[in-house]
Design a protein around this ligand. Structure first.
Ligand code: M6R
Length: 604
């Protein structure tokens, strides 16, 4: 969500702040701003919309200073207006914030008693007001921030700058990540390593409850009890700096085309010698039940894995969206593996669900793409998704890597529980090893998929159908299409069609059917016939056998290479992604940063 950068530099910082905010664009935002302190004076510039608006403003109305903070805002409290854009200032304090201050109304009421009234609709302004109030009572900036942070409820990352103090930034973390970066005589604060990568490769990640007092000569960190804290300095992986489109028009298409490579890397890591290999702590002889929790696309990878855990490993598996799970307070049996799946590792609901399961489940594991994230760090065991940095808001390569690793995990569970023989496990792995090649063949069909997508793009609404493992694939296809092209889309298990959605079918409704020639093929095709009988416009996505048996009457067909039930949902994700991508191209939407969306959803 919101992006944060802070610099105590030895050059003018405004250009660097804007350049860094550009690197944080991928997180999703609707306004941006920067503040500097120059000759002791705090000043700020803010603009709605894309960063170019802030850059234009700075051309006409520059901001001098060698100490500054910057922010990209994803609106939560108050519309995306210039007034609501960060930084928010009150008296000698200016602050940027990621997250939500839950008790801002109570704090506002308290501050009103001291004659302080807000001028924005935001929760963040209350933080600046409270710190300013404490300073007016005689506290130093450090004391004021400590007192302010202690009074805040919610999840947040905060970065403060002060009037008259050109060698001090104060950062506070509770719920949303922040990293401190070390330069030569310069110091940086960023909401993630991507922000800091061009300036430094040495960073310290703040822990929950930490407050960091940053000066050009270093950082002093205190923990949630205000005791001095030593935090490691780590080297940012080189890959954190590899953020360019490599000749692709969008990050999304680059990431779609990286899938054969990153799937191969995941297979190499988790099945290095022909059998699945996972840490010893994942002992499925001690597990009777798997509970998987995630949001969005990660939820669909869990739904797919449910079929595998149950069918391949014979182990009961429940899947839930994190926002429901966390408040349902489900009873937990002791021999439960709780598995949390998240690309970013910072999704607020998934993190809260993980915390609920801590000390209840036999083991709390996570499958996460960002190794330094909260969900990776707080789990008993973190499995890496190994997709590399995913910049596009729409998740693609993280999804197919999640699926690949979960397929291997299900085979691992089946083998450990004696549900299948070693030979059968090896056969599954050999099957999965064929995926990168199958994916390359599917990607070669992109021109044909683009034509299908262009035909679908004018439709106001599209229905996706699938059975078994193709049902979550249909759900993922509908989500991708909605996110990217803003076309309304729904997905159903095809057996559910006649329980209601069939009422929608007419000559104008495009219906995309995922139907590989598997053991449920006949059943899916029967449902497809019910659509065709009502003049629905069917696009059939299948393999050569399926196409030979069921193409008649369909408006379009896409023939993918033949794949097993383990590989099919991973392979069929590719046309789902490419349909969404090319429909979005046809509609001219903002592909890498769709409206209203954020890459990392750090508020519930
Ligand atoms: O980072 P996470 O995997 O926890 O994110 C969960 C969802 O917000 C995410 O998958 C979202 O649905 C994507 N935009 C899908 O493309």
């Amino acid at each position: 969500m919101c992006g944060i950068i802070g610099v105590l530099g030895d050059h003018e910082v405004a250009p660097l702040l804007v350049e860094t905010l550009k690197r944080l664009e991928y997180r999703g935002y609707d306004s941006a701003g920067i503040a500097t302190v120059n000759n002791g004076v705090l000043d700020r510039r803010r603009a709605t919309g894309k960063l170019v608006n802030l850059s234009d403003l700075l051309v006409h109305n520059p901001l001098a200073g060698k100490a500054g903070i910057g922010h990209t805002r994803w609106a939560t409290h108050g519309a995306a207006t210039t007034g609501n854009a960060h930084p928010h200032s009150c008296g000698p304090v200016t602050v940027v914030h990621n997250g939500i201050i839950e008790n801002f109304r109570e704090l506002r009421a308290m501050l009103a008693n001291h004659g302080l009234t807000p001028s924005t609709e935001t929760d963040t302004e209350t933080v600046a007001m409270l710190a300013a109030h404490h300073m007016a009572q005689g506290m130093t900036a450090r004391e004021a921030v400590k007192a302010t942070v202690a009074a805040l409820h919610g999840a947040f990352a905060l970065l403060f700058l002060f009037q008259g103090q050109e060698d001090l930034m104060i950062a506070a973390r509770k719920g949303s990540p922040l990293a401190i970066g070390y330069g030569k005589g310069e110091m940086f604060v960023g909401s993630d390593a991507i922000a800091l990568a061009p300036m430094t490769d040495r960073v310290t990640y703040l822990e929950e409850g930490d407050i960091a007092f940053v000066t050009r000569s270093g950082v002093e960190i205190i923990d949630e009890n205000h005791a001095h804290a030593n935090r490691d300095i780590v080297r940012i992986e080189a890959s954190a700096t590899l953020i360019d489109k490599r000749g692709h028009k969008h990050f999304m298409t680059k990431e779609i085309h990286e899938q054969p490579t990153v799937v191969a890397e995941a297979l190499g890591r988790y099945a290095p010698s022909g059998l699945p290999s996972f840490p010893d702590r994942l002992d499925f002889t001690q597990i009777d039940r798997v509970v998987m929790v995630a949001c969005g696309t990660g939820y669909y990878s869990c739904l797919t894995a449910k079929y595998w855990f149950e069918q391949v490993a014979g182990i009961p598996c429940e899947v839930d969206v994190a926002s429901e799970f966390r408040y349902r307070e489900p009873p937990v049996t002791p021999r439960t593996l709780a598995l949390f799946v998240s690309q970013s590792g910072e999704t607020a609901d998934t993190l809260a669900a993980l915390r609920y399961m801590k000390d209840k489940a036999a083991i709390v594991a996570s499958l996460v793409n960002v190794g330094t994230s909260s969900i990776a760090r707080e789990a008993d065991l973190a499995l890496a998704i190994l997709a590399g940095i995913e910049v596009s808001v729409a998740s693609t390569k993280a999804y197919t890597n999640q699926l690949t690793i979960l397929a291997l995990l299900a085979v691992h569970a089946a083998r450990q529980r004696g549900h299948i023989s070693d030979a059968a496990a090896r056969a599954h792995v050999i099957d999965l090893m064929g995926l990168p090649d199958l994916m390359r063949q599917a990607l070669a069909l992109e021109p044909q998929i683009a034509r299908i997508a262009e035909d679908l793009a004018p439709a106001p609404s599209i229905l996706f159908l699938g059975r078994g493992v193709m049902y979550p694939t249909a759900l993922e296809a509908a989500l991708k299409l909605k996110e990217l092209s803003y076309i309304h889309a729904e997905a159903y298990a095809s057996g559910e069609l006649k329980h209601g959605p069939i009422a929608l079918i007419d000559r104008t409704l495009p219906v995309v059917v995922f139907a590989p020639h598997d053991r449920l093929f006949e059943k899916t095709v029967s449902n497809m016939q019910e659509v065709l009988a009502r003049h629905g416009l069917v696009t059939l996505i299948t393999d050569a056998t399926g196409a030979a048996l069921a193409s008649e009457g369909t408006a379009a067909q896409l023939i993918l290479p033949t794949a097993s039930e383990l590989c099919a949902p991973i392979l069929y994700a590719l046309p789902a992604q490419l349909i969404a991508y090319h429909a979005a191209m046809a509609k001219g939407t903002d592909i890498d940063q769709p409206r209203n969306l954020a890459k990392s959803v750090t508020v519930e």
